[in-house]
Design a protein around this ligand. Structure first.
Ligand SMILES: C[S@@+](CC[C@H](N)C(=O)[O-])C[C@H]1O[C@@H](n2cnc3c(N)ncnc32)[C@H](O)[C@@H]1O
Length: 216
């Protein structure tokens, strides 16, 4: 045993992606259709979806909250990991994205398990009841993450999961002058997560870096 880690390179990322349970044709079609509607291709990577499904299954999650629906890719993936009475509630600011996601969820194998709410996360999270979720996934405006996290710590039960995407700041984590306008907010959020004593957490180096944390 050693404390040393292997340097993860792009080659490792490609290796992991090529060996993960692949995305199914429905989700591949959804991505193509979203592209045709000029919805940006910023959904989670298939290997993140597979990992999140495993985490949700292992934690026996039933009620999942998502902030940032986009086209519904991650919401559908997460709903598939839940028991028959499980539910994903997903919040999306853009009416266009919410409408697209609703139409694809309706024709998916998890229609009825996913509810899309159109509005800003900052308005909707405060309306959710304490300890009413088993897991939450943050994947929206990065400046909003600290506020969303505070509410997740209130609404997710002890032992539940809190996950957040883009810990690697769109590949610009170590850039002195990042060009992405959200990179500074990601860096600030990473420090908040690292110091949060109510969570046991780790950044999993898949996709653009995925925070995975258990509510103590
Ligand atoms: C990275 S995408 C989400 C990807 C999605 N989770 C997936 O993997 O399939 C981010 C989404 O968050 C939405 N968004 C941005 N600001 C938001 C806010 N304040 N509240 C809710 N959604 C927001 C954007 O419109 C966009 O659709």
């Amino acid at each position: 045993m050693s404390d040393q880690s292997t340097l993860v390179t792009h080659e490792h990322f490609a290796y992991i992606a090529a060996r993960t349970t692949p995305e199914d044709p429905f989700l591949a079609d959804l991505k193509r259709a979203a592209d045709a509607e000029n919805i940006p291709p910023i959904n989670i990577a298939p290997e993140q979806a597979a990992f999140m499904q495993i985490m949700l299954k292992l934690s026996r999650a039933k009620h999942v909250l998502e902030v940032g629906t986009l086209a519904g890719y991650s919401a559908i993936a997460m709903a598939r990991a839940l028991p028959p009475d499980g539910r994903v509630r997903t919040i999306e600011l853009s009416p266009k994205h919410a409408q697209f996601a609703k139409s694809w969820i309706a024709r998916s194998d998890v229609a009825g398990k996913v509810e899309v709410i159109n509005g800003p996360g900052s308005d909707i999270l405060p309306t959710l009841a304490d300890l009413s979720y088993d897991a939450a996934f943050l994947d929206a405006d990065k400046a909003g993450y600290p506020f969303y996290l505070e509410h997740c710590l209130r609404i997710v039960r002890p032992g539940g999961l809190i996950m957040a995407d883009n810990a690697f700041a769109f590949g610009q984590l170590f850039d002195a002058n990042p060009t992405d306008r959200e990179a500074p907010a990601v860096k600030a959020f990473n420090e908040i997560m690292a110091a949060e004593s109510r969570l046991q957490s780790v950044i999993v180096p898949i996709g653009d870096g995925l925070w995975v944390a258990v509510r103590k």
